[in-house]
Design a protein around this ligand. Structure first.
Ligand code: FES
Length: 154
């Protein structure tokens, strides 16, 4: 049994410890917002935060999240259900095209702003380099991160 916390809720996971956490999130916990993209830690569609740091969940084994805090796109909203500033900015600027990569993009953007509340274009490009978008929404992603930084200032 692996004990961990997902989106603030303690979980006891009865799984093979070598199962990638992506599949536990999607199939055991029903959190399908985190997407399976390439499966080999190259595209970022499966990005989640573990103890505040982004990880590719397709390549993170469940035993490695023991006693840690996992946050998925489902856990990004505030305590009263309000959108995270990054989610609000994404909505305001209509960032998504097909949408497949976007949960991962949003998780990486949220992690960036947590550590760097006022990123430059260069900071954004560096932080987001591990999240690919086949639809090429990169310009809107960058604009939305700047907007989220403004929204987060309040
Ligand atoms: Fe389609 Fe990014 S919006 S892959």
């Amino acid at each position: 049994m692996i004990e961990t916390t997902v989106n603030g809720k303690p979980q006891k996971l009865d799984v093979d410890p070598a199962t990638p956490i992506l599949w536990v999130l999607r199939e055991q916990l029903g959190m399908t917002g985190t997407k399976f993209g390439c499966g080999v830690a190259q595209c970022g569609a499966c990005t989640v935060m573990i103890d505040g740091v982004t990880h590719y969940s397709c390549s993170t084994l469940t035993h490695s999240v023991r006693s840690r805090k996992v946050v998925t796109i489902e856990g990004l909203r505030g305590p009263d259900g309000e959108l995270h500033p990054v989610q609000q900015a994404w909505s305001d600027l209509d960032v998504a095209q097909c949408g497949y990569c976007q949960a991962g993009q949003i998780m990486t953007a949220a992690a960036l702003l947590k550590d760097n509340p006022k990123p430059t274009d260069e900071d954004i490009d560096g932080a987001m380099a591990g999240n690919l978008c086949r639809c090429g929404t990169y310009q809107r992603i960058r604009a939305a991160i700047h907007r989220a930084a403004e929204l987060a200032k309040g």
